[in-house]
Ligand binder design. Structure first.
Ligand code: UD1
Length: 427
């Protein structure tokens, strides 16, 4: 799929933020633990969620949409303990079934997961946790298999506060007898959401949101109804869109405190930010100022907004530095932004961005989801038409992005596939 953007329009208006991709993906997997019916509200209809639902169905769960963003999951039937490679390779978050199925049936086999091409993304921390809980873990022929030996809660220290490892260990520990303590746990809002959901299903999890999480294993879970938190990354993307296009945008249905690290940086670049509890308005009043950004685990600046921020800083009056501390291969977008006229030098984990007066529309390629978002943002500010190839990657994480941007006044449309369909169609 291709996206065509006619740049140079100031965005103006309000946009409702969808449920968080990274929370929805883990809650869908975690719902398997219930052994019953779960209703999830505020689930974004994005392609990563649809892929996660294909996995649900392939292993014996049932999933249906009962409202625009309400999902009913039924896990009362028997389950397969093995995830199909064909679906799992599309999505890194398929690995979250490891913890969910371990909690439910103490034995699970998943293919080594796929996902965005942003680094090597090993699973050693997940597996260390399973090992310490008493699982026998083996990795061969492209599959990870975990089987319960004599399982019991344990103290698990993570060398790095990995989001996925924290989530998988929380889920497995929720169904493991005894008390598990995860130290140096990830503190992302999505972890707090998972803890709330596990507790709604009968689990006993405390401390989520701090770096020490305590989980008391229980033997029975039940169905529940739960609402997914708003997507702080989608919200950040629209706030940056306001800044890069020189307009004024209000994001609604957000949890403002989840966006504090982003708000601080937007103020550093000279944008006006007005924040209420569940809405934030960003307005550009003059030139964009340069700043330095370091990505870090929450509550640091999120790596998922690093590429969008790079697009913004490409147009600042001066030199900015971005240091990527979470993923080792997340600067691929720099080459594409350079094709649009940006001046960026990358060395290792550091990017130096010399702001330019303007960007120019040209043909570029989304190399991963957030790189795609960054190119979309650059296209909003660029002169002429920007054509983004592999734009289906953007649909992995942004619900109705063409409609939402269109409602704010952007000229974005979907074109045919890369074989070069001549007539672009509007959506
Ligand atoms: C999640 C998010 C992703 C976000 C990332 C960091 C989902 C579905 N995805 O990904 O959007 O960018 O958090 O906020 O929630 N690592 C290891 N060993 C491990 C696990 C991780 O070395 O066993 C490393 C990774 O290679 C990476 C870093 O830890 O360099 C962070 O990874 P992690 O926090 O696990 O990210 P994900 O859960 O994959």
């Amino acid at each position: 799929m291709k996206l065509l953007i006619e740049g140079g329009r100031r965005l103006q208006g309000r946009v409702r933020i969808s449920g968080a991709k990274n929370s929805a993906l883990v809650l869908i997997a975690a719902s398997a633990i219930s052994g019953g019916e779960v209703i999830l509200d505020n689930v974004p209809k994005i392609s990563d969620v649809l892929t996660q639902l294909e996995i649900v169905r392939a292993i014996g769960g049932r999933a249906s949409w009962t409202g625009e963003n309400t999902l009913c999951l039924d896990w009362s039937g028997p389950l397969e303990g093995e995830l199909p490679y064909v679906h799992a390779k599309k999505l890194r978050a398929s690995n979250l079934f490891l913890g969910a199925l371990a909690a439910r049936q103490k034995r699970v086999k998943i293919p080594l997961p796929g996902g965005c091409n942003i680094g090597s993304r090993p699973m050693d921390l997940h597996l260390k946790g399973f090992h310490l809980l008493g699982y026998q873990v083996s990795m061969k022929h492209g599959f990870i298999e975990a089987r319960a030996g004599k399982i019991e809660g344990n103290r698990i220290y993570l060398d790095f506060p990995s989001v996925g490892a924290t989530e998988n260990i929380m889920m497995a520990a929720a169904g493991t007898p005894g008390i598990t303590v995860i130290e140096n746990a990830a503190r992302e809002p999505e972890i707090v959401d998972l803890a709330g959901f596990l507790n709604a299903m009968g689990g006993r999890v405390r401390g989520a949101g701090t770096d020490v999480i305590k989980i008391e294993g229980v033997s029975e879970f039940r169905g529940a109804r739960f609402s997914v938190i708003p997507d702080r990354i989608e919200a950040g993307t629209y706030l940056i869109a306001a800044g890069i296009s020189g307009g004024e945008v209000t994001v609604e249905n957000v949890i403002t405190r989840h966006l504090q690290p982003v708000i601080a940086k937007l103020q550093d670049v000279g944008l006006d930010v007005a924040a209420g509890e569940d809405r934030i308005t960003v307005r550009r009043r003059g030139d964009l100022l340069p700043t330095d950004v370091k990505t870090l685990p929450y509550p640091g600046f999120p790596t998922d907004l690093q590429s969008p921020m790079m697009a913004l800083l490409s147009l600042a009056r001066g030199t900015s530095i971005i240091v990527e501390n979470v993923f080792e291969n997340r600067f691929q977008v720099a080459d594409e932004l350079k094709r649009m006229g940006a001046k960026i030098r990358v060395k290792g984990q550091t990017a130096v961005i010399e702001g330019v007066e303007r960007l120019y529309g040209t043909q570029v390629r989304a190399t991963d989801l957030r790189a795609g978002a960054a190119l979309l943002l650059a296209g909003l500010a660029a002169g002429g038409v920007t054509e983004i190839l592999q734009a289906e990657l953007i649909a992995r994480g942004y619900e109705k992005v063409v409609e939402k941007l269109g409602a704010l006044g952007a000229a974005v449309r979907v074109a045919g596939d890369e074989s070069g369909e001549p007539g672009a169609k509007s959506v």
